[in-house]
Design a protein around this ligand. Sequence first.
Ligand SMILES: [Zn+2]
Length: 257
Amino acid sequence: MFERSYLDKSFTVADPDARVRQAGNLMAFETSGGTIKTIAQSTVIRVDAVERLQAGANKVSLFARALKEDGTPHGWTSTNNLQGKFVNETLELIEPPSGSGKFGPNAAWSHGAYVGQIGLVEVVDARTEIERIAVDTVEAYLKMVDAAKLSGVTVAINSGFRSYPEQKILSDGFEKHLPGFNKAAKPGNSNHQNGIAFDIAVAGADGNEVYDWLKRNAPGFGFVRTVSGEPWHWEYDPPRAQQAVQNHTYKIPAVSE
Ligand SMILES: [Zn+2]
């Protein structure tokens, strides 16, 4: 069963100017006696609700309702004011819209074929934007994230699930050599379309602390590298990850670099 990750934990206010927003109008600040209300830096809070505002074509701003430890409200503030900036928190479960077809937002594809509709969970990515990952992989992903965190390493994604139209944009951009487009499979053929592929922010490869942590630990959580030349691309594939563990590696045999 899906539960929003932020409900069962505490957060620390990191920003020295964590301003409180108006509950009915998150664009505006709450004032008291002419000064803007803030939540003091280092305050430990709980969060019981999250709202979003569109901040650009593909960008949203997230706001959390911050509570004191006794449950009374501090008020709404930007999640960017919190330590960790809400990265890897899960927001909403998105069920397939009724009657949606193979090009719909929840349609899964594998090896060029439509394979059905899947539930998706929104998760805050490495850039504090919202990605979706398959509901069946959330638990495994967050288990790995939590283990990395205990080692002081932040595992976070740049890309998770993609719908057919989203994959088509990436594939077309690559084939037309548009700036900023990396190699991308043809729509229907990417494992980002069935929920097992995760592009993890690794900033390079060997020597990057996230990548090195993944090499040592990801297969133990069911994740394995499956694409040559893409150290960021990991797939949740427990049988192949288990095979990698037995072979003392972190990748499938077809991955050469
Ligand atoms: Zn990928």
